[in-house]
Write a protein that binds this ligand. Structure first.
Ligand code: AMP
Ligand code: MG
Length: 239
């Protein structure tokens, strides 16, 4: 069994995030893990080139996390070495006025990777059942329908040649505090500090609950969710 498989959410299971460790290191030695990571990284680069050459399949990696959960650093660590011509990273921010006048998947679909490409979503349509739910941005009835819409959308992508994998980078509330603090203290990280992160932090429990429902309802055989312990960054990268 590959190391990451133990973190895959079984379809239909009920996720309780408090039962998932955030600082797990798999009992591994850091140097060994980094060596293995380097090998896998070379393999990923080669496979991406094959995928590009064949142009029959695409890969979509969805990354979600609480603020300061490490999405940006994960993307740098994992995908920097891949040929820029064959990958595309998309950051989803709050929808603009035009996007808000459409269904929630409208702005997503035009950004899914074409065949041969590796697409990475830094945040995603899952925000539409996370922040949108926590902050009541649409009526409950509407976000509740979205889990099924998401499952159908991912099924369609899969049937049309895109492999979809989803990673929740799991951190603790204390770890978030430490990372937000670091943004305040380090001049080179200050640009990342966003005062609204503090307001979101107060809704930590609501977000965890929203994540639990998303992970429970939308981990499927064709588009699995993984809950990645994300505080040991070398272990996170390896998984
Ligand atoms: P950041 O990733 O720090 O640049 O922040 C992006 C912001 O966009 C976060 O506060 C997200 O919650 C927000 N965002 C992303 N997608 C949506 C969405 N569909 N609806 C509302 N807010 C969103
Ligand atoms: Mg932010």
């Amino acid at each position: 069994m590959s190391k990451h498989e133990q973190y895959r959410i079984t379809p239909g299971s009920k996720v309780d995030l408090s039962k998932f460790k955030t600082d797990d290191d798999g009992g591994l030695d850091k140097a060994d893990a980094q060596r293995e990571f380097a090998e896998l990284s070379d393999r990923l680069t080669k496979l991406q080139e094959l995928m590009y050459a064949e142009a029959k399949h695409a890969l979509l990696v969805v990354l979600q996390a609480m603020d300061a959960g490490g999405k940006d650093s994960t993307i740098r660590s994992l995908f920097a070495q891949i040929n820029p011509q064959g990958r595309k990273v998309i950051n989803f921010k709050a929808p603009n006025d035009v996007e808000l006048k459409h269904d929630f998947l409208w702005r997503i679909h035009e950004n899914t990777p074409r065949l041969g490409y590796l697409g990475v979503f830094n945040r995603s349509y899952y925000e539409d059942v996370l922040v949108v739910r926590v902050k009541n941005l649409v009526p409950e009835k509407r976000w509740k329908e979205r889990y099924d819409h998401i499952n159908h959308f991912e099924k369609m992508l899969t049937d049309e040649g895109t492999t979809v994998v989803k990673f929740f980078l799991h951190i603790s509330k204390d770890y978030q505090k430490e990372r937000l603090q670091r943004r305040l203290e380090r001049p080179d990280k200050f640009w990342k500090f966003d005062p609204s992160d503090l307001a979101e932090r107060r809704r930590w429990d609501d977000y965890q609950k929203a994540y639990e429902d998303a992970l429970s309802r939308c981990s499927t055989g064709y588009a699995p969710w993984y809950v990645i312990p994300a505080e040991r960054r070398w272990y996170r990268n390896l998984l």
